[in-house]
Design a protein around this ligand. Structure first.
Ligand code: ZN
Length: 226
């Protein structure tokens, strides 16, 4: 499957996972030519994306294929994928639970399998701005915040995730949003008293979220979309 088709699927999977925010948010997949990344064109919802609504954007922000100008926040993807040659896909959404949880300013705890994604560490947070990531400098700072983590929160805004495959990147976004939702639910009911310690969280990360498990989740989202 070519990079454009994979990127289309990534958007559809995010829709199936409930991470749509009208026409905002996007996923990007590195083109194997090295010319740039495939990302949806502005103005379309995740589930509306098809071949005509995709753009190949160079690492300089120029639209090489497709119509119109790119999303203002394309720099998120350009800088993450420029910085990490081993990553092939990045995701940025305004997932509601992630935004709500980030507003609390408390550590993300390994309450569930989803929460074990970070192996007992807190999720990174991009605090330079709560506004749009509209230039390479902000994109680069966000990429630095993400580092080698599977995903990061963008307080007052959304989340970012990345992975060596589109499936991994999408699932990292899905797991972060679910972990946030579980913790919000628990905190709304009372003080959190039970969660994995660092050792159990690290073991659960390896047990629950190897590449094959992430791929299984991704394939389910694609079937759900079909
Ligand atoms: Zn955004």
């Amino acid at each position: 499957m070519n990079a454009r088709s994979t990127a289309i699927r990534a958007h559809h999977a995010l829709a199936a996972a409930g991470q749509s925010d009208l026409v905002w948010g996007h996923a990007a997949v590195r083109d194997p030519s090295g010319d740039g990344v495939w990302i949806k064109a502005p103005g379309w919802g995740f589930e509306e994306v098809d071949e005509e609504r995709m753009q190949l954007v160079s690492f300089d922000g120029e639209v090489l294929r497709g119509e119109g100008t790119p999303h203002k926040e394309v720099h998120i993807h350009l800088e993450i994928l420029r910085r990490h040659p081993d990553l092939h896909c990045s995701v940025h959404t305004h997932a509601e639970a992630a935004v709500a949880f980030a507003a609390l300013g408390v550590p993300l705890l390994p309450l569930s399998h989803d929460g074990a994604l970070f192996g007992g560490a807190d999720v990174p947070r991009f605090t330079l701005t709560g506004g749009l990531v509209t230039d390479p400098a902000l994109g680069s700072a966000l990429a630095e915040t993400l580092g080698d983590a599977p995903a990061a929160l963008m307080p007052k805004h959304g989340l970012v995730a990345a992975g060596p495959t589109a499936g991994a990147a999408v699932m990292h976004a899905v797991l972060l949003d679910r972990a946030c939702r579980v913790q919000l639910t628990a905190m709304a009911a009372g003080p959190v008293r039970v969660h994995s310690d660092a050792a159990e969280a690290a073991a659960k990360r390896a047990e629950c979220w190897p590449a094959a498990q992430l791929d299984a989740g991704w394939r389910y989202l694609l079937r759900k979309d079909a």
